[in-house]
Design a protein around this ligand. Structure first.
Ligand code: FES
Ligand code: FES
Length: 181
């Protein structure tokens, strides 16, 4: 980030206070030096370089920036980077393994849960928080869990189907989520 400060002729005026934080992101341990006012979304995108977390509104409305902090879905434009000190962050990049998509990613593919894809990372992370705590959600549960995430393309129907597809795939004993519908 480029910062511009008033030059008042003394060093104190141009000193930027920094805080050292330790956190885990997608299983990797990190240390960062951050300004106390830095947003978590900016730490993730500009600091760590994980640009899968999108920025739609910067004002807590759209949910595109949703990540998990200690397993809870949060809008990362609404949280300060210093607040993840000692905590664990998960982003959309942490869903797939080197060889396999996460069932949520498969579900969005199978059920055509995206068009432009801008909202998709946030939708998937909000959905992951839901499925981690409720492996067998109803359609209403899914709609409620995603109610803080906006999509301007899909009309939501296929997003809900995608999450239900993933829930079925994740449940033990469901070999074919299409048959479980
Ligand atoms: S960018 Fe965070 S809610 Fe829109
Ligand atoms: S797929 Fe375009 S905003 Fe959701």
């Amino acid at each position: 980030m480029t910062m511009v400060y008033e030059d008042r002729g003394d060093d104190a005026a141009v000193e930027v206070p920094m805080r050292r934080i330790r956190f885990t992101i997608n299983g990797e341990k990190k240390i960062a030096e951050v300004e106390p006012r830095l947003l978590l979304s900016h730490l993730i995108r500009r600091g760590v370089g994980l640009t899968g977390t999108h920025m739609g509104c910067d004002t807590t409305n759209c949910g595109a920036c949703t990540v998990l902090v200690d397993g809870k879905a949060v809008k990362s434009c609404t949280m300060l980077a210093v607040q993840v000190d000692g905590r664990s962050v998960e982003t959309v990049e942490g869903l797939a393994t080197a060889s396999e998509l996460h069932p949520l990613q498969e579900g969005f593919k199978q059920e055509h849960g995206l068009q432009c894809g801008f909202c998709t990372p946030g939708m998937m992370m909000a959905a992951k928080a839901l499925l981690d705590r409720n492996p067998d959600p109803t359609e209403e549960d899914v709609r409620w869990a995603l109610s803080g995430n906006l999509c301007r393309c899909t009309g939501y129907q296929n997003i809900v189907k995608s999450v239900l597809w993933a829930a079925a795939k994740l449940r033990p004993g469901t070999a074919d989520p299409d048959a479980a519908e």
